[in-house]
Design a protein around this ligand. Structure first.
Ligand code: C2O
Ligand code: CU
Ligand code: CU
Length: 501
């Protein structure tokens, strides 16, 4: 056993090191200026703020001298950043100019199921879809991405994703860096794997599905080996883990402290001083870092420590070790010589309700499983073959578009108890709204996750309880999704559907 495990680790290192050895990053010149996605503010027409997205094919230059066929919204890769304001009516028109069906899901947004952009709101080739809703939530950093059934992983990997900034009256009143692209910077972190001709490599074997697809080359906002030049003393970064599977432990190369302001669904009560912050696939955070000393520094992802709950156990840990737990260089930061002063961080950011104060109507339990080949009672629905039929499940069932797994009464508050029966972590995501974490195996959540969230890390063997209010939008027919945000797990069955009625 040990020999096999060692062999797997060695071969994994060899595979990862093949194209861009990590040692070459962080010192190779010239670097590429960090791309900042366009900001889409929409146009007000008849009291409705209107946005237009067009999904299309493109060719992107990531690696030196090579072109990569990609997908994007209003461009060749990723999409513009949408800025939404609380209480406004919006209409987001999506035109699918691809020759395949897609959907566009607003991850983290509280809206009617019919506007959610999940697997049931398909946009066929050359089709159009309008999402209409009233913005109804706190300031936060959310995102949008394809959610096409069995194709989410591939379509997001090729580029169908973008960021959403939500503003409200409170966030505008806070003195925080908020000049988009200047001192308020989106960082969309993704790992990719390339063929030698520059094209993307996606799921090539069983392991890519089991572990989730991991890449060996980092892109930030679709920029390879990027550099960012601060012009202000403090910079706010909105960090989105838009990778298919990889976890990051975001930190600065000199170990400097910084402040976390927000997690997925909004502000923490007050800025939290930290030296690193962990993001699983689908999670976001907002941080503010200080560059007054003018010293260049790198944003990096640290290797996961040996005792990290994000590490897989047993055999699986051996398989994943070298690939999933390693560190990466993410972004070079080279402050300009004269830096503009910025105000001190406000001591208080928001009032965040205590999750223990929620009056709970009901508890539901969800069991995450990744046992192979015995899921779904053999009701295989003709998944694309060739991969050996791995099926993941929640409560013993793999995702089935025709089955509503849970029915939640409107205006109720529920505890969802998520138990992970597998040896590897799963980031569990719930549509419809934002929840609070009650506890992890009975222990209080960490200070970095004591605010609203929509995606929660559930470590191997762990039970996490979250509490969520289901309100405002009832629809007995159209479901919302809950699923693992490792996209290969989602695409292979670790997803279920619920209606609020
Ligand atoms: Cu970010 Cu159901 O997705
Ligand atoms: Cu979502
Ligand atoms: Cu998973």
């Amino acid at each position: 056993m040990l020999k096999r495990r060692q062999f797997l680790q060695v071969s994994a290192v060899a595979a990862v090191g093949a194209l861009y050895p990590i040692s070459l990053l962080g010192q190779g010149r010239p670097r590429n200026p960090l791309r900042i996605p366009d900001l889409l503010d929409g146009e007000r027409l008849d009291g409705i703020r209107q946005y237009a997205l067009e999904a299309g094919q493109g060719r992107s230059r990531f690696l030196p001298g090579l072109e990569t066929p990609t997908l994007g919204f209003n461009g060749s890769y990723l999409g513009p950043t949408l800025r939404l304001r609380n209480d406004e009516e919006v209409r987001i028109g999506v035109h699918n100019r691809l020759d395949e069906t897609i959907t566009v899901h607003w991850h983290g947004l509280h809206l009617p199921a019919i506007a959610d952009g999940g697997p049931h709101q398909e946009i066929t080739a050359d089709g159009r879809w309008d999402a209409r809703f009233r913005v109804n939530q706190n300031a936060s950093t959310c995102w949008y991405h394809s959610h096409q059934i069995h194709k989410t992983g591939e379509q997001v990997y090729r580029g169908l994703a973008g960021m959403i900034l939500l503003e409200d009256a409170q966030s505008r009143a806070l003195e925080l860096p908020d000049e988009y692209g200047v001192d308020d910077i989106p960082l969309i972190i993704q790992d990719r794997r390339f063929h030698s001709d520059g094209s993307l490599r996606y799921v090539e074997n069983q392991r890519d599905i089991m572990m989730g697809h991991h890449g060996d080359t980092m892109l930030v906002n679709g920029t390879f080996d990027p550099v960012f030049v601060p012009v202000t003393r403090r910079v706010r970064f909105r960090v989105l883990n838009a990778s298919n599977a990889r976890n990051y432990r975001i930190a600065f190369s000199d170990g400097r402290r910084f402040h976390q302001l927000a997690c997925d669904g909004g502000f923490l009560a007050e800025p939290l001083a930290v030296t690193d912050v962990t993001l699983a696939a689908g999670e976001r955070c907002e941080i503010v870092a200080e560059f007054s000393d003018g010293a260049p520094v790198d944003l990096v992802s640290l290797p996961l420590p040996d005792d990290s709950p994000l590490r897989s156990r047993g055999m699986m840990g051996g398989m994943m070790g070298a690939i999933a737990n390693q560190g990466f260089h993410l972004l070079a930061i080279e402050p300009q010589s004269q830096l503009t002063a910025t105000p001190e961080l406000p001591p208080v950011l928001a009032s965040v309700p205590d999750p223990a104060s929620f009056a709970v109507d009901r508890v539901r339990r969800f069991e995450l499983d990744m046992r192979m080949g015995m899921m779904g009672g053999g009701r295989g629905r003709g998944r694309r073959g060739g991969m050996g039929g791995d099926r993941f499940s929640i409560n013993g069932r793999s995702m089935d578009m025709g089955i509503i797994n849970e029915r939640v009464p409107l205006d109720s508050t529920e505890i969802w108890e998520i138990h992970n029966n597998s040896p590897m972590m799963h980031p569990f995501h719930i549509h419809h709204g934002q929840f609070r974490i009650l506890d992890r195996d009975g222990r209080a959540p960490g200070p970095h996750e004591r605010a609203f969230k929509d995606t929660v890390i559930v470590a191997g063997g762990e039970t996490v309880r979250v509490v969520m209010r289901f309100e405002n939008y009832a629809d007995p027919v159209t479901p919302y999704m809950y699923h693992c945000h490792i996209l290969e797990h989602e695409d292979n069955g670790m997803m279920g559907q619920f209606v609020v009625e």
